[in-house]
Design a protein around this ligand. Sequence first.
Ligand code: MN
Length: 189
Amino acid sequence: MAFEMVKLPYEMKDLEPYMSEQTFNCHYGKHYKTYVDNLNKAIVGTIFENMSLVDIIVKTAGKPEYTAIFNNAAQAWNHEFFWKSMRKNGGGEPKTELKQRLEKDFGSVEKFKETFKAAAVGQFGSGWAWLVDNGGKLEVMKTANADNPLAHGVKPLLTIDVWEHAYYLDYQNRRADFVDTFLEQLVNW
Ligand code: MN
C-alpha cells in the first residue's frame, strides 16, 4: 500500500507573513512530495512495503544497504511532524504542563528557546533541531540531513526544518531570523 501525503493542518497562506504560500508550494508541494513519491518507489517488492513509516525508519536506521529507503521514509515523517509543529496564530506561552517540564529541565522557557535556537542555527548544513523526551527528561537535539530522534530511540516532541529549502524564499540566508520567528509566531506548543 502506497504512502499518501498528509494534508496540511492549515491553509498554505495561513502562516503568512511568517511562512509564505510560495514556500509551502515549493516545500510541501515539491520537496515533501518527492520524499513520499521516492519512498513509494523504493519499497515496492521489499519487506517494507506494508510497514508503517515509523517501523520503516526504525528498521532501516544505520543500515547502509537501506540508506535510500531510510532517507525518504525519515524525510516524509520529519516533514509531517514539522507541519504539525506549527499552527496559525502560533507562538505565545507553552501549555501549563509543557511549560512546567521546560522550566524543570531547562531552567525557563527562555532558556529552552536559547538552547533550541543554538541547535537550529548550529546545525551545519542541512538538518533538523528537535525538542525530545529522552526517558522522561526534555532535551534539545539536532540531526543532520534525514536523521531523526526515532532512529535513536528518543521521542520527538517538536521540530524545525533547517534545510535551506525551508526558509530561503522568505529569509534568504538568515536562518537565525527564521528560527526566532518559528519560536515566537509559528510554534504549536
Ligand atoms: Mn524540508
